[in-house]
Design a protein around this ligand. Structure first.
Ligand SMILES: NC(=O)c1ccc[n+]([C@@H]2O[C@H](COP(=O)([O-])OP(=O)(O)OC[C@H]3O[C@@H](n4cnc5c(N)ncnc54)[C@H](O)[C@@H]3O)[C@@H](O)[C@H]2O)c1
Length: 259
């Protein structure tokens, strides 16, 4: 018996990065995966990859997780195809960095829309199904939602991810009477396509961050999907409202050197 056998799992942002890794891993664990992304071709590639491995996946339409109409169509096509939703992993997000002193308000608003509004919209659209199945919601927060950064100018990202962490707690509160669980995973610095393009780029001041991470390395997609499988599975049936930090101890331990 696999850990997510027969569960219908909606995952946003499956064209690449953590969304793709989660889709592939959930399918390996027996889930019926519904993916979606702004990059529709990329999401279809992930779907084909899962099919080649013998898993089940569907990408019903191009998804814009910031648009209510698009999210509702995505959820409704998933229900038409599989009849239920057991897991929602609201993973899609896009960040615009910038100093609070100079960042245009439009960039702040676009980041909050992409990282926070998208989570709320997909949770609301899937709510009737999730409260029927007693399912679960996973959100992707970040250590950026727990602390400010001297190195990275990211007020919009910090505000949005702080909101994502708080929102998971409220979803847990409103979902509990229906047996619905909601939890957040907050990764630290994870090596993905997205982070390689900015924070882990060779010329970025965060590039050498490894030496400040107590466990001595950046995270991998697998570090995050291990946590996601656990929280989505019945092994976590008594866990709701939590924020599971996956960061090698980065946010818990002050920087410095062992004596
Ligand atoms: N990589 C990290 O270090 C890290 C750390 C903490 C949190 N996170 C969070 O994890 C999630 C995934 O991060 P990642 O590194 O895999 O990012 P990524 O940029 O590699 O991939 C994000 C995917 O989401 C899609 N997407 C973006 N906006 C969308 C929208 N409006 N509708 C549909 N799809 C959309 C993109 O096309 C892309 O395929 C994000 O929420 C991110 O904030 C990542």
């Amino acid at each position: 018996m696999k850990r997510l056998d027969g569960k219908v799992a909606l995952i946003s942002g499956t064209a690449r990065g953590l969304g793709k890794a989660t889709a592939v891993r959930f399918a390996r664990e027996g889930a019926l995966v519904v993916g979606g992304d702004l990059d529709h071709d990329g999401a279809l590639d992930t779907m084909r990859l899962i099919a080649r491995e013998g898993g089940t996946a569907l990408v019903p339409c191009r998804l814009d997780a910031t648009k209510e109409v698009s999210v509702r169509a995505w959820v409704s096509e998933a229900v038409d195809a599989f009849g239920a939703i057991d897991v929602l992993c609201a993973n899609a997000g896009a960040v615009r960095f910038g100093s609070v002193a100079t960042q245009p308000y439009a960039d702040f608003a676009a980041t909050v829309r992409a990282e926070l509004d998208s989570v709320w919209l997909s949770a609301q659209a899937a709510w009737p199904q999730l409260t029927t199945t007693g399912g679960c919601i996973l959100t992707l927060g970040s250590t950026a939602g727990l602390s400010g950064s001297l190195t990275s100018q990211r007020s919009a990202h910090t505000a949005a991810k702080g909101g994502v962490i708080a929102l998971a707690r409220q979803l847990a509160a409103e979902g509990a009477p229906h047996g619905l669980r909601a939890n957040c995973i907050s990764p630290g610095l994870i090596d993905t396509d997205g982070s390689r393009a900015n924070l882990l780029a060779a010329d970025h001041p965060m590039h050498s961050i490894n030496r400040h991470i107590p466990l001595g390395r950046c995270g991998t997609s697998e570090d995050v999907t291990n946590a996601a499988v656990f929280l989505a599975s019945d092994e976590a049936s008594y866990i709701t409202g939590s924020n599971l930090v996956v960061d090698g101890g980065w946010s818990a331990v002050l920087p410095g050197h062992a004596p």
